[in-house]
Design a protein around this ligand. Structure first.
Ligand code: SF4
Length: 364
């Protein structure tokens, strides 16, 4: 069994934004009993003892935790590399200076588009200018800056302008990742999934900017897996290199694994070592023995691990089936139909049909 390398600490699911692609659980009320700072101190210590080197602090919006600087100071004291994943709402210069003093190593800011009108529309709240101001503070304080942009039908045609904005802000890295269809993203899939034409237009734009920015800014571009021939490698292997702890202390092999019908493992009940080595949720899909055909005898089984367990469950009702994204999956028709629907001529919003209608994630 491998030791984990990275921990995604989801400190809270509270968030000032209401993005329609949010992958967090729909049942947010189940996560209001958040771990205390003292409990996080124990979790981080146990994580370090298990081998974790990188800590990603996320949410919701982690800046809503008043004790964020204390949590970062604890992690820094344990020798962990800390990365703050934030909407930047609330990242004033004063707050940023406190996080810097606590030892924060890296900041990743989400932006929704390259301009105020579209960005605020997608975020569901005025936020664009505050994100830009915060990104400037991040650079002024000497942090490496990553911008993260979730792409979808509404913003993918602005991909060139988005990359130029990142360049203007001096970002060191930009992640342009198409929506993953979990949580609100799955609810809004029809309205979010881009067309093949949109993807065909975006690809050469990304390639040209990547060449132009080589050596200055890293440009990561991830197409929707619905358009891929084979699925994404699920977490680089289930319970192999990283894990997630949710605001209420559930430990999960991947951030979406709360959707699976498996017994919960919680850091309030067990040590991280016991959960990592012995819990059912971490062992259910470890390795390759659980695989059905066609994965079991497939040449790619150690490359993509049969795809995403959560996506398999959400689309087929059985988490042990081959990810329907795969062209070899007996369930691939499910994905093919959604792709075909995304490439039909668009109709105006039709109340009652779900077509084109976006359901925003509620503010919490
Ligand atoms: Fe991956 Fe399974 Fe598809 Fe092979 S059959 S490519 S292992 S998902």
């Amino acid at each position: 069994m491998d030791n984990p390398f990275g921990l995604l600490a989801e400190l809270t699911y509270r968030c000032p934004l209401a993005c329609p692609y949010c992958s967090n659980p729909l049942n947010l009320a189940d996560y209001r009993d958040e771990l205390t700072g003292e409990e996080w101190r124990r979790v981080l210590t146990e994580a370090r003892d298990l081998g974790v080197l990188q800590l990603h602090l996320s949410g919701g919006e982690p800046l809503l935790r008043r004790d964020l600087a204390d949590i970062i100071a604890t992690a820094h004291g344990l020798g962990l590399y800390t990365n703050l994943i934030t909407s930047a709402m609330g990242l004033s210069r004063t707050r940023a200076e406190k996080l810097k003093a606590a030892g924060l190593d890296h900041v990743q800011i989400s932006i929704q588009a390259d301009n105020t009108a579209l960005s605020d529309k997608i975020a569901g709240t005025p936020s664009f200018q505050r994100k830009i101001d915060a990104a400037k503070v991040v650079k002024e304080l000497g942090w490496p800056l990553t911008l993260n942009v979730v792409l979808h039908r509404m913003n993918i045609d602005r991909i060139g302008e988005i990359i130029m904005l990142a360049d203007d802000l001096g970002a060191d890295r930009i992640e342009l990742a198409n929506t993953q269809y979990y949580g609100w993203g799955l609810t809004n899939r029809t309205a979010l999934l881009p067309s093949r034409d949109q993807l065909a237009r975006a690809e050469p734009v990304v390639r040209a900017h990547r060449e132009r920015l080589a050596g200055r800014m890293e440009v990561i571009y991830i197409i929707p897996d619905y358009y891929s021939e084979y699925p994404k490698p699920c977490m680089d292997g289930w319970a192999k290199r990283q894990f997630t702890v949710t605001p209420n202390g559930d430990a999960l092999p991947c951030p979406a694994a709360h959707t699976l019908p498996l017994p919960r493992a919680n850091v309030r009940d067990d040590s991280l070592e016991a959960i990592w080595t012995s819990s059912r949720v971490f062992n259910e899909f470890r390795g390759t023995d659980w695989m059905p055909e066609p994965c079991r005898s497939c040449f790619r089984r150690d490359i993509d691990f049969g795809g995403c367990r959560c996506q398999a469950f959400l689309l087929t009702g059985d988490a042990s089936r081959t990810d329907p994204v795969c062209v070899l999956s007996p369930d691939h028709e499910i994905v093919a139909k959604k792709v075909a629907a995304a490439n039909r001529p668009r109709r105006p919003a039709s109340p009652g049909t779900g077509e084109e209608v976006l359901v925003p994630r509620p503010h919490r």
